[in-house]
Design a binder for this molecule. Structure first.
Ligand code: AMP
Length: 216
């Protein structure tokens, strides 16, 4: 299975990615997680990327494309993958098509995760993440069992630097201007379907995705 999740920040891409990668036994490729790991390790790439990420802007296409090209060469991506947060521009999508054509494989489906701006802002202000294992929580709707502690690995959960209201607004306008054109790109390719991602119960959205993939 080769899947792409498209949606604004806070649509729940990470949570659905978690469900879907377990279901299909495929690697979860999140360019945001890859970049945050570079930032944490204070690499040159991480330092450069942070200047964009902190302002809610996109990291330049050439950097992202090189990172994804390397990731796709790893063995675990040979039999399938799920992209979360990539591609985010038409150029990235075109380059991905070229990479997949070289590998003689195609994407099965692109999921458009729909949610209103108001819900995104409400959700992201309440989002907490685990800096160690990247698990995602919400202090209102998806609380960890023990307050402030990751259920999966026991690390202290934190608020992301870019989950502040001013940065969220920038990320939403970047999504509208640079990522939304991808919806037409993948509709023309006959790959896109949309799901309601504004529900509090992520499980319902997951079932809608499976139904639209014709998988039980
Ligand atoms: P995410 O975790 O997907 O919300 O990504 C966090 C931040 O990383 C974004 O706001 C961008 O600054 C950067 N980023 C992640 N993926 C991409 C991408 N495909 N293209 C450009 N920038 C990206």
């Amino acid at each position: 299975m080769r899947l792409i999740l498209i949606g604004p920040p806070g649509a729940g891409k990470g949570v659905q990615a978690d469900f879907l990668t377990k279901k299909f036994n495929i690697p979860h490729i999140s360019t945001g997680d890859m970049l945050r790991s570079e930032v944490k390790s204070e690499t040159e790439l991480g330092k450069m990327a942070k200047t964009y990420m902190d302002g809610g802007k996109l990291v330049p296409d050439d950097v992202i494309i090189a990172m994804v090209a390397n990731r796709l060469k790893q063995d675990d991506a040979k039999n399938g993958f799920l992209f979360d947060g990539f591609p985010r521009t038409v150029l990235q999508a075109e380059k991905l098509n070229a990479m997949l054509a070289d590998l003689k494989v195609t994407v099965n489906a692109v999921v458009n995760m729909e949610i209103s701006d108001e819900s995104v802002i409400r959700r992201l202000c309440a989002r907490r993440v685990c800096p160690k294992c990247n698990s995602i929580y919400n202090v209102l709707t998806m609380k960890p069992k023990k307050e402030g502690i990751c259920d999966k690995c026991g690390a202290a959960i934190i608020q992301r630097d870019d989950d502040r209201e001013d940065v969220i607004k920038n990320r939403l306008s970047v999504f509208r201007e640079q990522t939304k054109p991808l919806l037409e790109f993948y509709t023309k390719a006959g790959l896109l379907f949309s799901v309601n991602s504004g529900r509090d119960d992520a499980q319902e959205t997951y079932l809608e995705i499976l139904q639209k993939l014709n998988v039980s």
